[in-house]
Design a protein around this ligand. Structure first.
Ligand code: NAD
Ligand code: IPM
Ligand code: MN
Length: 372
């Protein structure tokens, strides 16, 4: 029995997760898998009703699961950050899901925004998921003297910052600290370069902005040098601005990109655009020896929520990544193949790519191929 905690979340989250669930039920039937689902009603409605974002008790219950499947967090009725940081980021940090695996693959039958000779788009995007400018350390101070104590607490370490600021001739200052540990940089490089080695991918493109943020991305580069040398897999360094350019102009030159958290967030929306749009992009928040969490790259899309317009493919492919991480490779492949089949046939297309198929009919189409 494999236990899956399901967090449908906000906006289109519940709509796309319902389709991922249908597909999981179908593949479980076909492959005789014992999957047990439990839903957790986290998100805006829960917060507005109870004033609770995410309780320790819920965390405790989630920690008993073999994997988590999440829709999206964020709602226009709630101040930005409360749910995104309070639920999504808290889960990623609590479960130390330091790898954010976001494969970028343009599937046959999906219209690309690029010119037709742009080449094959199929790359492993690996985003560090617990550090960098996501550590949540920051503050705002007014003119004069001030002191702020900041605490960075992770599963494996704690760092306390005493920030004393003397602000002259300016009314207010806001700051945000990015932090990268050697261990944090090394372990994401190890994950990436190991995967590159096993898949025969070379070179690995390491993204940073080491020409400006010389400390944070200095340690990042050192870790890449070390791991690349140790595992005997070639790497190249590229600055994030140039990577954005090359991803649009010549995306086929990339087979694996490793990026720090913030740049990885931005570049994976760009990656999603290359694979047809946010609705197609899956992701896994992975702790190789803990509880991992799978979710589409997109957010709650309040502009289209409740209308059956959302594309569920990203959520369905996230469920496939989840099956793979649970050791159910054949079932994961069934799901991916079924999605490929539906997209290639071109009969079913959601509104984001100019079609008329509803969210739920798209899920039905994938289920039909699995059970055929
Ligand atoms: P978004 O990803 O929700 O939407 C961006 C655009 O993509 C919108 O035009 C939307 O309609 C479209 N889109 C997204 N998913 C789609 C799908 N499945 N099918 C078709 N079109 C889709 O990003 P946003 O508008 O910047 O943010 C909305 C909310 O979601 C905010 O509260 C934000 O904080 C949150 N958010 C959450 C996550 C997450 O939970 N992982 C990710 C990104 C944003
Ligand atoms: C994503 C989202 C999140 C992130 C937000 C909602 C915290 O944009 O999963 O890409 O920045 O990681
Ligand atoms: Mn994002």
């Amino acid at each position: 029995m494999q236990r899956i905690g399901v967090i449908p979340g906000d906006g289109v989250g519940p709509e796309v997760i319902a389709e991922a669930r249908k597909v999981l039920d179908a593949v479980a039937e076909k492959r005789n898998l014992a999957l047990e689902f439990e839903e957790f009603p986290l998100g805006a409605s829960h917060f507005l009703k109870t004033d609770e974002v995410l309780s320790d008790e819920t965390l405790q219950r989630l920690s008993k699961k073999d994997a988590l499947l999440l829709g999206a967090m964020g709602d226009p009725r709630v101040k930005p950050g409360i749910l995104e940081k309070g639920v999504l980021l808290r889960l990623r940090f609590h479960f130390d899901q330091y790898v954010n695996l976001r494969p970028v693959k343009l599937m046959e039958g999906v219209p690309s925004p690029l010119r037709s000779d742009a080449g094959r788009i199929d790359l492993q995007f690996i985003r560090e998921n617990t550090e960098d400018f996501y550590v949540g350390l920051g503050g705002r101070v007014k003119k004069g003297l001030s002191k702020t104590e900041l605490d960075l607490k992770r599963r494996t370490y704690e760092a306390k910052f005493d920030v004393g600021i003397e602000l002259e001739d300016e009314e207010e200052l806001a700051f945000q600290i990015g932090a990268i540990t050697r261990h944090g940089a090394r372990r994401i490089m190890e994950y990436a370069f190991q995967m590159a080695k096993s898949k025969g991918i070379e070179p690995v493109t390491c993204v940073d902005k080491a020409n400006v943020l010389t400390d944070a991305y200095g340690i990042w580069r050192e870790a890449a040098e070390e791991v690349s040398g140790r595992l005997g897999v070639k790497k190249e360094f590229q600055y994030v601005d140039a990577v954005a350019l090359h991803m649009v102009r010549t995306p086929d030159r990339f087979k694996m990109i490793v990026a720090p958290n913030l740049f990885g967030d931005i570049l994976t929306d760009l990656g999603a655009a290359l694979q047809g749009g946010l609705g197609f992009a899956p992701s896994g928040n992975i702790n190789p020896s803990g509880v991992s969490m799978f979710e589409p790259v997109h957010g709650s899309a309040p502009d289209i929520a409740g209308k059956g317009l959302a594309n569920p493919i990203g959520a369905i492919l996230s469920a496939s990544l989840m099956l793979e991480s649970l050791g159910q490779k054949p079932a994961a492949a069934d799901v991916e193949r079924a999605v490929q089949g539906v997209l290639r046939a071109g009969k079913h297309r959601t509104a984001d790519v100019g079609g008329k198929t509803s969210t739920s009919k798209m899920g039905d189409a994938v289920v039909a191929v699995i059970l055929k």
